[in-house]
Design a protein around this ligand. Structure first.
Ligand code: HEM
Ligand SMILES: *[C@@H]1O[C@H](CO)[C@@H](O)[C@H](O)[C@H]1NC(C)=O
Ligand SMILES: *[C@@H]1O[C@H](CO)[C@@H](O)[C@H](O)[C@H]1NC(C)=O
Ligand SMILES: *[C@@H]1O[C@H](CO)[C@@H](O)[C@H](O)[C@H]1NC(C)=O
Ligand SMILES: *[C@@H]1O[C@H](CO)[C@@H](O)[C@H](O)[C@H]1NC(C)=O
Ligand SMILES: *[C@@H]1O[C@H](CO)[C@@H](O)[C@H](O)[C@H]1NC(C)=O
Length: 564
């Protein structure tokens, strides 16, 4: 009995070894080779000869002559219940599907590394930055669309997920970003309702532009993100040719407990390339997996040594600066202008290895903004705070309570008192011996304890006033300023044109004139020229003018009434 358990434990350790050494061959740092599990290696390779015989077996390892064999009573009789091979085959097949991600279901990814390129010890104590310029850590990235199901076309108009899992010496650090600098909302309760409006109607099971624009035109803090989405930035040609942003504000902390607000931007070294609407539609029809295939091709450029690469930069803001910042430092619908808060390049990302098994290395990935290392802390952005909960929660549902033991999610070292639960594949928690006590014992303690590196109470924002039930942030004229700059200054002439023509196409499929009018007025609040151009394309006249809007004007009050 003991022998069997030991064998099965060893087998899985060997699998872990093989995964890390094939999946990350080109990027395993020296440190990883010294992890306690891998130190057992010479012993394991000798003991694991069981894996060498490649004769076909059932799931329990019994030799079976042919995968096509089945047992029946007589030559033409019914099947026999005793035929474990057939029942094992069918019942495993019956359970092959796991739930797809509730959002970001369609995507793919690749492995590579992150490299520190600047000493930022004046900003954070976080690893890998604290380990010096040139330090590399292995990572896996996953790109995705948001609203489509797992088989939906890669080139549909949608934001793109831009998720990064780094395996640092201080644990997993996930950057769960999008290819846009802002988001549609700043109130956490809106997320499920917003997503409901964009996915399938429960009655018809159809996606429906009327419902999508009904939501947006009632929740106009989304306008900046809508404008990016309906420009050609909503249909990237290649995942390697787009940039990523944290969107949220984080706090990065030094060992002495002082901290800065930080936002991240990840810039493609391949440049930016987007499809126009016609090309995106044609590609969706011809090859729904266009971006998936493209990423495999660009990541396979081993001979050329020309792997997809991004630079990583941060913007920082001191707590004092945040007090005079024009917007709420935690408002996810706002950018930090780069001329006021310049980008500081701190690292680079290289993808150099395609998955060898897509399900185990990509579909089973579980990212979470709550995976942060000491020196990185969440801000009080309520959307970020909600995400800290939602991602591990959905992972426990989608993958099970031991999802962090799946090799692609597994940190380099884990020592804790978690045991058991569904699909536990090692005896102890991570790299502890399987007979280690599962509480802090007074004898033979299996773990040592480190001091908290800084005082969390001291870096918390002061709490002001009693608990509140916040309805939602109120829309204000401030919400249309950055969209106006985006339209007039940041967008090229061709982006302005694609925005107008893509919005006209979409609004012409909206079946309610009220919703068309409200949507048109939202664009007119950004800029009169934009409102006029869209109005001409849908046969309606804007009822507000951006140049005469003020918070108390009847035009703006009309807007507030119509959206509440
Ligand atoms: C309250 C707001 C949000 C909630 C509740 C939420 C929830 C979720 C959930 C449940 C998933 C599926 C995760 C999985 O099955 O592994 C997901 C995926 C994702 N979300 Fe969010 N999300 C929110 C906002 C955001 C924002 C603001 C961003 C970007 C700044 C973002 C980026 C992503 C990305 C990139 C993925 C795909 C991760 C992957 O590739 O596996 N989400 N989100
Ligand atoms: C593999 O196992 C089968 C069944 O036990 C045995 O018949 C066969 O000889 C083995 N093959 C090798 C190469 O060891
Ligand atoms: C940190 O040091 C860099 C130089 O490497 C400098 O550009 C940056 O402004 C400093 N940041 C802070 C917050 O002190
Ligand atoms: C979309 O929703 C609207 C409002 O419920 C409805 O009138 C319209 O028929 C729907 N369109 C489709 C294609 O289901
Ligand atoms: C989209 O790109 C194609 C070339 O691929 C071009 O023929 C077409 O005119 C473009 N459409 C628009 C609206 O720019
Ligand atoms: C941590 O900071 C809080 C708030 O500044 C302070 O009251 C507390 O004494 C500090 N704790 C330690 C252990 O320094």
């Amino acid at each position: 009995m003991e022998q069997i358990e030991a064998k099965s434990f060893l087998y899985h350790v060997v699998l872990f070894y093989e995964f890390t050494h094939s999946g990350f061959k080109s990027s395993v740092p020296t440190r990883m080779k010294f992890s306690p599990v891998l130190q057992l290696l010479p012993f394991l390779l000798v003991s694991a000869t069981v894996a060498q015989n490649d004769s076909y077996t059932d799931g329990s390892g019994h030799p079976v002559a042919s995968p096509y064999d089945y047992q029946r009573a007589g030559t033409r009789g019914p099947l026999l219940l005793q035929d474990f091979h057939l029942i094992d085959l069918l019942s495993h097949f019956d359970r092959e599907r796991i739930p797809e991600r509730v959002v970001h279901a369609k995507g793919s990814g690749a492995h590579g590394y992150f490299e520190v390129t600047r000493d930022i010890s004046n900003i954070t104590m976080a690893a890998p930055f604290s380990e010096g310029v040139g330090t590399q850590v292995p990572l896996t990235m996953r790109f995705s669309t948001v609203a489509g199901e797992s088989g939906s076309p890669d080139t549909n108009r949608d934001p793109r997920g831009f998720a990064i899992k780094m395996r640092t010496s201080q644990g997993i650090w996930d950057w769960v970003f999008n290819n846009t600098p802002v988001f549609f909302l700043r109130d956490p309760t809106k997320f499920p309702l917003f997503i409901h409006s964009q996915k399938r109607d429960p009655q018809t099971n159809l996606r429906n532009a009327t419902l999508q624009w009904d939501y947006w035109s009632q929740n106009q803090e989304a306008i900046y993100q809508i404008m990016i989405l309906f420009s050609d930035r909503g249909t990237p040609q290649s995942w390697a040719q787009m940039d990523g942003w944290s969107g949220h504000t984080y706090k990065w902390v030094k060992a002495d407990g002082t901290w800065s607000y930080v936002q991240l931007k990840i810039t493609s070294q391949q440049g930016i390339a987007n499809f126009n609407a016609t090309e995106a539609l044609a590609t969706a029809a011809m090859n729904p997996d266009h971006n998936t295939q493209d990423l495999r091709q660009v990541t396979d450029r081993i001979e050329a040594g020309n792997f997809p690469t991004w630079t990583v930069a941060i913007q920082t803001m001191s707590p004092e600066q945040s007090l005079s910042f024009k917007y709420d430092v935690n408002d996810l619908t706002k950018i930090w202008p780069e001329d006021e808060y310049p980008l500081l390049e701190i690292g680079k990302i290289v993808l150099n290895k395609n998955p060898e098994n897509w399900f185990s290395e990509i579909e089973q990935l579980a990212f979470s903004p709550s995976n942060m290392v000491p020196g990185a802390e969440p801000s009080n952005d309520p959307v970020l705070q909600a995400r800290l909960f939602a991602y591990p929660d959905t992972a426990r549902h989608r993958l099970g309570p031991n999802y962090m033991e799946i090799p692609v999610n597994c940190p380099i070292a884990v020592h804790n008192f978690q045991r058991a639960a569904w699909m536990r594949i090692d005896g102890g928690a991570g790299t502890l011996p399987p007979n280690a006590p599962n509480y802090p014992s007074s004898f033979n303690p299996p773990v040592s304890f480190v001091q908290r590196p800084y005082n969390l109470s001291a870096i918390a924002d002061p709490i002001v006033g009693p608990a509140t039930t916040q309805g939602s942030y109120q829309l204000s004229l401030l919400d249309f300023e950055q969209p106006n700059t985006l339209y007039n200054t940041e967008f090229s002439e061709s982006e302005r044109q694609s925005l107008v023509s893509n919005v006209i196409t979409a609004l012409n499929t909206v079946t309610s004139q009220d919703i068309q009018q409200r949507s048109l007025d939202m664009f007119a609040c950004v800029d009169d020229k934009l409102g006029a151009a869209i109005g001409a394309g849908i046969g309606l006249t804007p009822q507000v003018r951006s140049d005469s809007l003020d918070q108390a004007s009847s035009a703006f009050i009309y807007l507030l009434i119509s959206v509440k």
